[in-house]
Design a protein around this ligand. Structure first.
Ligand code: P6P
Length: 334
């Protein structure tokens, strides 16, 4: 019996049957997002040719205005959400405030938070980049979405996911019923289920952190990383370091292979809570991993502003637990 090919569309339709209350508006929102992602993937593939086709901000050989990829990604996704008519509020890393949703676009019950192109500084060196999204349900009365609808804790997310524009284009997301990975088959333009029910191994052998910041780490992080580089009780072998510098790529490797990704508070937090740390934390927990600030659960943080930054320690449950132990032990005795 050949393996059953499950397209993303079939998977979402089957999942919708599991949610009898599902109105289909959520499904429609995902459809529109996936179309935007396919268009972004096409442009990412061509990014290396931008000098031939025309640099951002200028016209290409066809006389078309060429946009910076992150502007392009931002516009495609915002447009898709407006077309869905299912969104009442939207916010992005690229916009200081919430993105307005005109009344005529139609407003639904969903809040869409996203980082359109994570790691865009890696485009010029042809290193993987990504898109990250988080979906909440509207919690305030009335039709118009408000900042309060955006500032919800991560444990309330309806769905979270990312797209990795890597050696292949992968969409990985959860709606609270496990984590599923889809790989784009460019020959048919379909995302096919390639990684059903992804689980993080309880412990890995890879740590991921920017060692350039070693001099500024807090004592707990420094002691933990030193421990990983020395003999390891488990089997005596030190961990291996891998650091891409694109959160989506470093997280995806951690999801598949296990281990730990750290962007600690010192020298200063860099990753945004709403559309980077919280969606990755939901995915990690749904895959049996953990996501912590180093002393508390990411998903429990109640946001206070759209672009709030937090430390992110995410990965295999045992590795994250070890990190928290080192941080606790390093804390000054009161
Ligand atoms: P650093 C990319 O700029 C990003 O926002 C994340 O994708 C990535 O994990 C992080 O910054 C890398 O930051 O300071 O190590 O270059």
């Amino acid at each position: 019996m050949p393996p059953r090919i499950v397209t993303l569309e079939r998977h979402i339709t089957e999942q919708q049957k599991l949610h009898p209350a599902a109105s289909g508006r959520f499904t429609g929102l995902l459809w529109e997002f996936v179309l935007a992602v396919k268009m972004i993937a096409r442009e990412v593939r061509r990014a290396g040719l931008i000098d031939i086709l025309g640099a951002a901000g200028h016209q290409n050989v066809h006389g078309e205005k060429v946009q910076k990829l992150d502007e392009y990604a931002q516009e495609r996704i915002a447009e898709a959400m407006l077309n869905s008519g299912s969104v009442c509020a939207m916010a992005s890393e690229e916009t200081p405030d919430m993105i307005p949703i005109p009344r005529e676009a139609g407003r639904g019950h969903y809040v869409f938070l996203f980082d359109p192109l994570d790691g865009s500084s890696n485009i010029d060196v042809n290193i993987s980049i990504g898109t990250i999204f988080s979906i909440h349900r509207k919690i305030t009365p009335g039709e118009e979405g408000t900042l309060q609808d955006c500032l919800q804790p991560g444990y309330k997310q309806l769905a979270a996911g990312y797209v990795l524009y890597g050696s292949s284009v992968m969409l990985v997301f959860t709606t609270g019923k496990g984590v599923h990975g889809f790989t784009l088959d460019p020959t048919v333009g379909e995302f096919l289920l390639s990684h059903p029910d992804l689980r993080m191994p309880p412990r890995g052998r890879i740590y991921s952190i920017n060692e350039g910041n070693t001099a500024s780490w807090d004592p707990g992080t420094a002691a933990y990383v030193k421990h990983l580089k020395e003999k390891n009780e488990a089997d005596g072998r030190p961990y291996t370091l891998r650091y891409v510098g694109t959160l989506v790529a470093d997280f995806h490797r951690t999801l598949i292979n296990g281990g730990i990704f750290m962007y600690p508070a010192a020298p200063k937090p860099k990753l945004r809570l709403l559309y980077e740390a919280a969606p990755m934390a939901m995915i990690a927990e749904q895959a049996r991993g953990r996501a912590s600030t180093g002393s508390g659960r990411i998903l429990d943080i109640v946001p206070t502003e759209l672009h709030q930054k937090v430390p992110l320690i995410v990965g295999s449950a045992d590795d994250v637990a070890d990190y928290e132990t080192f941080v606790r032990k390093a804390r000054p005795k009161t």
